[in-house]
Design a protein around this ligand. Structure first.
Ligand SMILES: Nc1ncnc2c1ncn2[C@@H]1O[C@H](COP(=O)(O)OP(=O)(O)OP(=O)(O)O)[C@@H](O)[C@H]1O
Ligand SMILES: [Mg+2]
Length: 293
């Protein structure tokens, strides 16, 4: 099943989380798909886009966040075992089929992780970097294994930048969507991401395919935005950009304060309509690609 989607751009603040939670919600609500949203970002923005902080705090106290399943792999001596199915919060925001693995503000401790990998390398008389790569390749894949067949889509929200969790999430994914803004630094983020994916492909570590680039518009059309889009079309192909552009819309920002995606809080807003259109385009593209493959 090719159902794991990375929503990723190395640049921060380009709309990754907003696009991710609204897309996931539309796929469950409009297409009755079983969707698992995973928050891989320690900013926990995706989590707080679908539940209030108090609810998150309760889950964290009960160790029902992504951290628990990550630590089962990064800290093998860890005694706490919580099966991933017990961590999943189901039917969030009252939408049947929309589930989430809540993120955490600290997913793992870098020093502890490095120490664990160092010990493994010594034990197997292997090179530290090989062991690190194995961790990257397997961490998110291993976590998702027990639930892959339970969902039509597993959609992951990433933090900006190039971290172990991001690389591991990309390596676990079948497709990726790049949320972007038509501004130069957003394109730098795409360049860094593409460089990383190229490296993975050269080592035959992934067959991940681009599903599309989704733009959140900066307002009025501009020459700069057009030239950026043309450049991306030259690099990725004419059809790489989703036709739907997400407008800047105050309803989108307001929804964050209600801990719900805008497609639920203000379904008639321009932002909401755009997310519904984007989900339709996504669904058509995905269906076409998976049939072709
Ligand atoms: N279409 C929109 N209209 C209005 N505000 C928006 C829109 N899209 C995103 N925003 C706001 O812009 C900010 C950045 O968006 P978002 O958090 O989705 O970006 P991000 O790429 O996930 O950021 P980060 O890299 O920090 O994870 C947020 O405050 C969000 O509410
Ligand atoms: Mg985000």
């Amino acid at each position: 099943m090719k159902n794991i989607i990375a929503m990723v751009n190395m640049k921060g603040g380009v709309g990754k989380t907003t696009v991710t939670v609204n897309l996931a919600t539309c796929l469950a609500k409009n297409y009755q798909k079983r969707v698992l949203l995973i928050d891989l970002d320690t900013q926990i923005n995706a989590t707080l886009s679908v539940m209030p902080p108090i609810h998150f705090a309760e889950l964290r106290d009960k160790k029902r966040t992504l951290k628990s399943v990550i630590q089962q792999i990064t800290k093998p001596k860890n005694r706490l075992y919580v099966p991933i199915k017990e961590i999943i919060k189901r039917n969030i925001c009252g939408i049947k089929g929309l589930d989430i693995i809540p993120g955490d503000i600290d997913l793992y401790d870098d020093a502890e992780l490095a120490m664990g990998i160092f010990e493994k390398a010594e034990m197997y008389q292997d090179n530290f970097y090989n062991c690190w790569e194995i961790m990257e390749q397997n961490l998110i894949k291993t976590i998702l294994q027990p639930v892959i067949n339970d969902y039509d889509f597993i959609i992951m929200d990433f933090s900006p930048g190039d971290h172990l969790i991001t690389r591991s999430g990309i390596l676990a994914s079948d497709y990726y969507v790049i949320p972007a803004k038509a501004e130069p630094l957003s394109v730098v983020g795409i360049g860094i991401l593409e460089g990383r994916i190229r490296q993975f492909k050269e080592k035959n570590q992934t067959k991940i395919e681009l599903l599309g680039i989704s733009f959140t518009s900066l307002g009025r059309a501009s020459k700069m935005a057009d030239s950026i889009k043309n450049r991306l079309k030259e690099d990725f192909g004419e059809k790489a950009l989703f036709e739907t552009e997400i407008p800047m819309n105050v309803s989108v920002a307001r929804a964050v304060d209600e801990f719900m995606p805008v497609v639920l809080t203000e379904p008639k807003s321009s932002g909401s309509k755009a997310f519904n259109n984007l989900a339709e385009e996504f669904f058509v593209k995905y269906s076409w690609k998976t049939k072709k493959n």
